[in-house]
Write a protein that binds this ligand. Structure first.
Ligand code: EPZ
Length: 420
């Protein structure tokens, strides 16, 4: 296991090249199951979740090879239609193979992700949607089994906006017989990018970028190459790293228009920000102001940035409230921040921060990738040494995290440890 050892107090200054979007790649990769052939997915982030998805797809008979940030996939010979628990338990996004497999091959057996179909982080919308398209769905010993001669286009309304369910149904409907209309669909940039990729593959989709997606099913699709969009969550994380340390950063190879809510809140907190096509410059003089945020669906403030924002608010003189309407219990980072000396109280689906207190280094533990990122951000301003354990969580979604932070002045190193 690895840990990060961080000495707080350094101001971050310099330039960071942002990677391709983890959640973009995790949608594009399973889409290649819809048409046999070879694909070149450029700007793919070289990180754990992509390796996990590659292993899962290779177990289905695909051939995935990642050279740096160039991902080559060959789906000519898919020989298995089962996504075993060993893969899905590591990464919920493995569930994305369900739609493509049942739509292209008429059969899929995919392990349930953590929790049950209707429990925490449910998949009921994925299943109800596929049933609406004519799939026969059964639950067998922790697995979802989906069967269909051929899916039939239909209407489906998402009770709640779901990125994963929208992705699964978009892919499934692309090869269905007839037209489908998905309403209250997710509009996150990664879904828009998936839709555009499917169109490149020959799919017929209207309403791309809106919550109303109309898909006219086709009999077959063909391979296509794609450039993965920049990672908006990684971008937000480095912007907050600049803000929390009173630093000055230039982020390249990003898309500022994918995180307008975060940029607006950072400006409200006192940051100077300039944007142009693929760059964002940020400078923070002094301490941030306390600013409340409410995490909601796109284009609102992303739930994947609320823990990082909580870290930032530790540096702000005053009280701030961080609410998550997507995952009401996504506050496992709070007890760890308190170990650093923070004053944060969780009330229902909000964290109330009394900012401006001095933070002191301690040993803390990452519980998921965004919580881990928030602990690193807080460690950057904690006095003394902080050790962040279980950095494998962070490695899931941040490429070369410590190297990039070192390159802009952070005192951080990766150390092997027996502590888990
Ligand atoms: C995606 O997860 C992202 N993962 C998550 O990013 C992100 O936090 C989440 O969207 C919300 O933006 C990937 O893209 C791989 P959802 P997903 O389905 O698709 C409820 C990260 O940090 N829901 O949009 O699993 C669900 O309980 C990860 O990179 C149902 O009720 O999220 C939640 O409250 C963490 N039934 C809400 O919808 C369903 O069938 C949003 O979930 C599905 C979801």
């Amino acid at each position: 296991m690895d840990k990060f050892v961080i000495q707080g107090g350094n101001r971050l200054v310099g330039r960071v090249k942002i990677s391709g979007a983890k959640n973009g790649s995790l949608a594009l990769m399973p889409a290649t199951l819809l048409a046999p052939g070879t694909y070149h997915l450029k700007n793919t982030p070289n990180l754990r979740d992509v390796w996990t998805m590659s292993r899962l797809m290779n177990s289905l008979g695909a051939f995935c090879e990642l050279n740096g940030n160039e991902l080559f996939i060959d789906t000519t010979n898919i020989t298995s239609f089962e996504a075993p628990y060993e893969h899905v338990k590591k990464m919920r996004a493995s569930f994305y193979v369900l739609g493509p497999l049942v739509s292209r091959y008429g059969y899929a057996k995919v392990s349930m992700p953590g929790g049950c179909a209707w429990g925490p982080r449910p998949v009921d919308l994925h299943l109800k949607g596929l049933e609406k398209l004519g799939a026969e769905i059964s639950l067998e010993s922790g697995y979802v089994v989906a069967k269909a001669e051929r899916l039939i286009g239909n209407r489906f309304h998402f009770d709640v906006s779901s990125v994963g369910a929208t992705g699964n149904l978009l892919m499934a409907a692309s090869l269905a017989k007839g037209t489908s209309l998905l309403t209250n669909a997710a509009t996150e940039p990664e879904i828009t990018a998936l839709a555009r990729f499917l169109v490149k593959m020959g799919a017929k989709i209207d309403g791309i970028g809106t919550p109303q997606l109309e898909i006219e099913g086709v009999d077959s699709l063909h391979p296509a190459d794609e450039i993965t969009i920049p990672d908006r969550i990684e971008t937000a994380t480095y912007l907050i790293a600049a803000a929390i340390t009173g630093g000055k950063l230039e982020l390249e190879n990003t898309n500022p228009y994918h995180l307008t809510a975060v940029i607006a809140k950072l400006e409200e907190a006192g940051c100077d920000i300039d944007v142009n096509a693929d760059k964002i410059s940020i400078e923070m003089n002094g301490k941030p102001k306390p600013v409340d945020i409410t995490a909601t669906i796109y284009p609102g403030f992303p739930t994947d940035v609320q823990s990082q924002w909580t870290a930032l608010m530790l540096a702000a003189e005053g009280t701030s409230k961080i609410t998550d309407t997507i995952y009401p219990d996504r506050f496992k980072h709070v007890p760890e921040l308190i170990r650093l000396g923070a004053n944060v109280e969780v009330v229902d689906n909000s964290a109330i921060v009394q900012g401006g207190r001095k933070l002191s280094g301690a040993t803390v533990m990452a519980s998921d990738l965004r919580a881990g990122a928030s602990l690193v951000l807080a460690a950057l301003i904690a006095e003394g040494t902080t050790e962040v354990l279980r950095v494998y969580h962070i490695d899931r979604g941040y490429e070369n995290f410590e190297q990039r932070l070192q390159s802009i002045g952070a005192n951080i190193k990766r150390v092997k440890t027996d502590l888990v």
